[in-house]
Design a protein around this ligand. Structure first.
Ligand code: KIV
Length: 290
């Protein structure tokens, strides 16, 4: 609808949320270089997952550095028990929604199971779709030396890659469940070798999931890429949480390391109950007539 005469969109009063969104827009895009510079300055990197436009708008206004369209969407949005059933089409659908509205954060899309393990050409094609069609700026893949050829090829064709070590949810069956990793000296050494190999192959950051704090701190000190921890202690260069865990939307189960910053699940349940009562009593939509 055209603005009425005298209703100039430039001078119209704006809500606090709108002002914040505009301020974030003016801050410009987070780039990969910014993350490296943050590590060099000792500034922590803040990352959360997002799967749709509503959350992406809100989280982007909070000035996060990175929004990850994680394949955790399979568990917290699509109702699967693991991330394994998530497809490239699922990831494209959700990445597009997040990328469409994000103005500030770096948008990273997870490559789902079997989209990068079969062959390097397959991986390039699939990662390329997440960037070209999905609108992501980078992709994340799980694994260390086992996926090195893929990382090297993606980086060489201009697709930034975030690594992911420790608890690898796509390998949940091989790992016999979602359990803490790198618990022995040998396993910690293997993880360190994987991290160094990924760093040398050119990843721009490495997620460290569910490993002892001291192993994560040692990796963080050793590699040039920023490390982003989840259940890996305070020694990482940044932290990531699944937004449904962070805001109380994950239902009964949340991993032990997740911290709740809000209880949105309880708020939504109470609001839904109030709505049902008001519909049944006729209180809604009676007020709409006033
Ligand atoms: O899929 C995801 O949400 C992730 C985070 C746990 C890092 O990989």
């Amino acid at each position: 609808m055209a603005a009425a005469a005298g209703d100039n969109p430039e001078t119209r009063p704006r809500s606090a949320t709108m002002k914040k969104i505009m301020a974030v827009g003016q801050r410009g895009r987070v780039r990969i270089r910014d993350l490296k510079e943050k590590k060099a300055r000792g500034e922590k990197i803040a990352m959360l997952t997002a799967y749709d436009a509503a959350f992406a708008r809100l989280l982007d206004a909070a000035a996060l550095d990175v929004l990850l369209v994680g394949d955790s969407l399979g568990m917290v949005v699509l109702g699967y028990e693991t991330t394994i059933p998530v497809t490239l089409d699922d990831m494209l659908h959700h990445t597009k929604a997040v990328a469409r509205v994000t103005r500030h954060a770096l948008v990273v899309a997870d490559m789902p199971f079997l989209t990068y393990q079969v062959s390097v050409p397959d991986a390039v094609r699939n990662a390329g779709r997440l960037i070209q069609e999905g609108g992501a700026a980078a992709v994340k893949i799980e694994g260390g030396r086992a996926v090195l050829d893929v990382v090297e090829r993606l980086v060489s064709v201009g697709i930034p890659v975030m690594g992911h070590l420790g608890l690898l949810p796509q390998s949940v069956h091989q790992l016999s469940g979602f359990r803490k990793q790198a618990m022995t000296a040998d396993a910690a050494e293997r993880l360190m070798d994987d991290a160094v190999a990924l760093d040398q192959a050119g990843v721009f950051a490495i997620v460290l999931e569910s490993i002892p704090d001291e192993v994560a701190a040692a990796v963080t000190e050793r590699v040039s890429a920023p490390t982003i921890g989840i259940g890996a202690g305070p020694g990482c260069d940044g932290q990531v949480l699944v937004c449904h865990d962070a805001f109380g939307l994950a239902g009964e189960y949340s991993p032990p390391f997740a911290r709740r910053y809000a209880q949105l699940g309880e708020l939504i349940s109470a609001a839904a109950r109030e709505y049902v009562e008001e519909v049944r009593s006729g209180a809604f939509a009676a007020h709409a007539l006033k």
